[in-house]
Write a protein of this length. Structure first.
Length: 135
């Protein structure tokens, strides 16, 4: 009797929406978990860049923006990632993107771009991601 109302097309649509929502939630938590492992590496990288400190002062806040600008691609023990951050310092606030590479299961930041006060600061290099879909 519990599922008797689900025999209609509307009931199937509800079940479909729940399944799609569940898949979306699973993807969100997978990205969140991956980003949590990488994020501290990016925070340390941003804080260590003299060019960033010169423009913004010593950073008082480096907060990873989940999903905004986040891309993680892992194959075995290697991978590439891009995370977005909101950053604050005594001279202002801004947005940052940090690029990472993973080798032998260890993530390393390889570059960043900071956008603050109408300026863009680039340090290191960005990484290219594999194209998705059929090439």
């Amino acid at each position: 009797a519990l599922f008797s109302g689900l025999r209609s097309a509307g009931g199937l649509a509800v079940i479909g929406a729940i399944c799609v929502g569940g898949i979306g939630a699973a993807a969100y938590f997978a990205i969140k978990k991956g980003a949590e492992q990488i994020s501290p590496v990016g925070e340390a990288y941003l804080r260590a860049q003299p060019e960033v400190e010169q423009e913004m002062g010593q950073l008082t806040r480096v907060e990873q923006k989940l999903l905004a600008g986040t891309q993680i691609h892992v194959t075995g023990s290697s991978g590439k990632a891009r995370l977005g951050y909101t950053i604050d310092g005594p001279k202002g606030s801004g947005e940052a993107t940090v690029w990472f590479e993973r080798e032998n299961d260890v993530w390393k930041a390889v570059g960043c771009e900071v956008r603050a006060g109408g300026k863009t600061i680039r340090v290191g290099r960005s990484v290219e991601f594999p194209q998705s879909g059929n090439d």
